[in-house]
Each structure stands twice: as C-alpha cells, then as structure tokens.
Design a protein around this ligand. Structure first.
Ligand code: ATP
Length: 446
C-alpha cells in the first residue's frame, strides 16, 4: 500500500470506529448528512467535555493571572469591520469551469476533484478560473427585517469577544498586567474546502487565551506561552515525535502579527496546524479604541506611563485536538490470531474511566459487581457490562478507549478484591473498592 492509500485507510478506519463506538456521527445523517458538519455522540461528547475541562483547568484554575469569559457568538457588526474581517478575512478561490467545483487556490495540492477523487485539481484536467477572493464569514440577519442594516455575522473567531471585554474583565477582576482572558466557544467559517473529517469544518470550537502584556515584555511572554502550549500536548499524552513548530515566514504573517508559530501534528494526511501562538502587538486594542473612542490604554502603580497592551494569543482548535487525540491513540494489535483495535486515550481525558464486569452471571458476582459499579459512579464515568464472554467485553472497552476494566470473580466473593486490568500494559492487579477509587483518582485527575 502506498503512503496516500495507507493514510486514507487509517482515516477510514477512524471514521468508522467513531461511528461504531459513538464518538462522532455525520450531521443530519438520516437526511443524507450535511457536508463538513459532524455530531459528537455519547463518547465523543464526553471526550470533548473532558478536553475542554482540561484546557480550562490548565489555563485558568491552575493559575492566578487568567480569567475566564463566555461571550456571545453574535456581536455588534461593527466589531468585524474594526477587526478587519469584513475587508480581509478572505481565502483565494478558483472554480473549475468543467465540473463547477470550487477550490482554495492556495491548497490545490491537498484538494480532490469531486469527479475523480484520486486526482487533485492540478492533475484531473480541470479548467480553473482566475483567482477570486472569498470572504469566510457567515452572514445572517438580526430582527424581522432582512436588509443590509440588519446584517450580522456568526463570529469567525472567539478572540474579538475577549478584546471588546478587556475593560470589563480588567475592572471587575482587578487583574493587573500581565494577565490573560480565556474563552472556549464556537466559531464559524464558510471554508471553501472543508474536509479530513473533523479537521476542517465550517462550525468548530476554539479554545483561545489572550494575554495582555507591556510592549517591552512581549517577546519574553511569547516564548513563555510557546513553551506552555507545547507542554500542554505532551501532558495530554500526544506522541512528541509527531509534534513540531512551524514559524510563520514574512509572507505568511498576518498583517497585525509581529511573530507567529504554529504547533503542528503529523496527521495521516500530513503535517498540519493544531494551534497558533501569535504576537498580535497592540493592533486589536488600538483598532477598537479608535473605533469606539473608549480608552483601552493601561496604567497602574508599576507602569506609571500609559500604554496600549500588546497581546500574546494562544489559539487552539477543540475539534482538531480531538482528531489529534483520536489519531494518536488509534492502535491495532494481533492477539491470538485476531486483529484488535485499541484506542489508547490518556485516562485523564478518556470518556469512560473504567468498566465493571462480573466474570460470570452467577455465584453472587453480578450483585457484587453492580454494587461496585454504583459506588464508583459517584466519582467517575464508569460502565457496567455483563453481556458476552469477558474477552469480548475487554475488546469492546479497549476499542472504546476505556483505560481500566475491573472484573469481579470467584476470589472477590471471598476477599472483596477485584482484578483491575490496564488497557495498555494488560497488567492485572487485585484491589478492594476503596483502593480502586484512590487509584482511579490518581490516574484521572486533571
Ligand atoms: P488554517 O490555516 O488551518 O485554516 P488558521 O491559521 O486560519 O487555520 P486560526 O485562525 O489561527 O487558524 O485559528 C486557530 C485554530 O482554530 C487553528 O489552529 C485550528 O486548530 C482551529 N481552526 C481554524 N479553522 C478551523 C476549521 N475550519 N475547522 C476546525 N478547526 C479550525
């Protein structure tokens, strides 16, 4: 199998596992689906919640210098004029005159011809139009009148909600610079060529943090945040060799940025951006200050001269991180002649932390196992399963990403100990319920 076929094969297997085990479903599937929109199923919703909690914990709860925010998706339309999105949030696009498909002009090599999916628009014989600019913002109307005066936008990034609340957060929290504001929320971009499952979609979630600093200290904080964000992915258990930095060259830098680095992951379809760390200078606050005439400059007892804060931004995609976690965790092994799938998610973010099984449906084992299940349920998301041979039950949980399986057997009835099997080492240790609770707390606390 060549590299491209292998990569498609892995993505196909992952998409199918996600559907089978309830991680991700195509949106509106019974109506034939909606391009590039996906729904998170029972396990996916849990994984996403765990990831968001984890990020929130690392970026706010563990620190004293970052406050949280949850701004509205719909904002004053003027915000998007001020930020430059109305004029400049464009992607270059081309149309094929033969099949009418539309492609991103700067991503032709990664695009597929809809009529000949094994070919790119560069090799399928397409007749491409001149490059045109296409604005990525979704528009809608507010109120009962549908005209230009009522046009508003679905936010294409969460960051602007933070900038326009800079004063509110500073005044209400009494934070002093340097400090940050963190936010998790939906963003919408009418991408010309979405694809690769949940990698590029038109509706997605971002986990963003904007850190406000003195202009003389921007470089040191930029380095600090690069380091912090890199460690975040390692702490999540992502393979270090599959992560790298990509520095934006002069031609890639956004007009407002002084420096930008992306953390990239080696997906089956190549190295791609997972998160951006940007030095946005004082561009955003200056623009909003100019447009609103509100004083967004800063002074305190340490910085006695007024200045407009510089912003160091860390901007991660939640759905892209989910895809990274799933790709990185996917593993196949042959056990006793049978091909088995393992989803080796870190216990910290795995949707189900442990499964409880009675070895057989007799001799008091189901009753004991149910009691243990209810006890564990008070602390963790756990799953109870009695159906099928115990080997099959292990296999189901391995594929669902559950890190621990707890089995009640004959010995349990005598001494109250159960086997706790580790998905990755396959080691089994006997423990009583109180020890299991301590053990799971240690392994799953974020
Ligand atoms: P790309 O070059 O992939 O389009 P970008 O540079 O436009 O991404 P940013 O505007 O920096 O991305 O957004 C920050 C993060 O938001 C990205 O690193 C990515 O994880 C996520 N993101 C951006 N666009 C999408 C999308 N269409 N679908 C899913 N996640 C996205």
């Amino acid at each position: 199998m060549n590299a491209k076929a292998k990569s498609n094969d892995l993505m196909d297997k992952l998409v199918s596992l996600c559907k089978r085990r309830g991680y991700v479903f195509p949106s509106s599937e019974i109506y034939g689906g909606l391009t590039s929109c996906w729904d998170y199923g029972p396990l996916g919703a849990e994984l996403k919640r765990n990831l968001k909690n984890y990020w929130w914990n690392v970026m706010t709860n563990r620190r004293d210098d970052i406050e949280g925010l949850d701004a509205a998706i719909l904002m004053h339309p003027q915000v998007w004029h001020t930020s430059g999105h109305v004029a400049e949030f464009n992607d270059p696009m081309v149309d094929c005159k033969i099949c009418k498909a539309r492609f991103r002009a700067d991503k032709l090599e990664e695009s597929r011809c809809p009529k000949k999916p094994s070919k790119t628009p560069l090799t399928c014989g397409a007749e491409l139009t001149e490059v045109k600019q296409f604005n990525l913002m979704f528009k809608t109307f507010m109120g009962p009148v549908e005209d230009t005066s009522s046009t508003i936008y679905l936010r294409p990034e969460t960051a602007q909600g933070i900038y326009v609340n800079f004063l509110n957060v500073k005044n209400s929290s009494r934070q002093k610079i340097p400090f940050g504001i963190a936010q998790i929320g939906k963003a919408f971009r009418n991408e010309i060529t979405p694809g690769n499952f949940i990698f590029r979609t038109r509706e997605f979630e971002q986990m963003e943090m904007q850190y406000f600093v003195h202009p003389d200290e921007d470089e040191q904080w930029f380095e600090y945040w690069r380091q912090q964000r890199w460690e975040f992915y390692l702490e999540l258990g992502i393979t270090q060799e599959k992560l790298r930095w990509h520095e934006h060259g002069e031609d890639e830098l956004a007009h407002y940025a002084k420096a930008a680095y992306d953390i990239e992951y080696e997906f089956p379809f190549g190295w791609q951006e997972l998160e951006g760390v940007h030095n946005r200078t004082d561009f955003d606050l200056s623009r909003h200050m100019e447009a609103t005439k509100k004083d967004l400059s800063y002074r305190d007892d340490r910085y006695t001269e007024k200045f407009i804060p510089y912003i160091i931004e860390t901007s991660a995609g939640c759905d892209r991180t989910i895809l990274t976690l799933l790709v990185d965790a996917y593993d196949e092994m042959e056990i006793k002649g049978e091909k088995r799938v393992f989803l080796r998610l870190s216990p910290k973010i795995a949707p189900i932390k442990a499964a409880v099984f009675p070895l057989v449906k007799k001799d008091g084992m189901p009753e004991f196992a149910e009691k243990v299940y209810h006890e564990l349920k008070k602390h963790f998301k756990v799953f109870y399963d009695v159906s099928g041979a115990v080997g099959r039950r292990y296999a189901r949980m391995d594929e669902a990403g559950c890190p621990y399986c707890i089995t009640v057997d004959g010995q349990t009835i005598e001494d109250e100990t159960m086997t706790v099997r580790d998905r990755d080492t396959m080691e089994q240790k006997r423990m009583k319920v109180a020890e299991i609770i301590d053990f799971l707390k240690k392994k799953t606390t974020i």
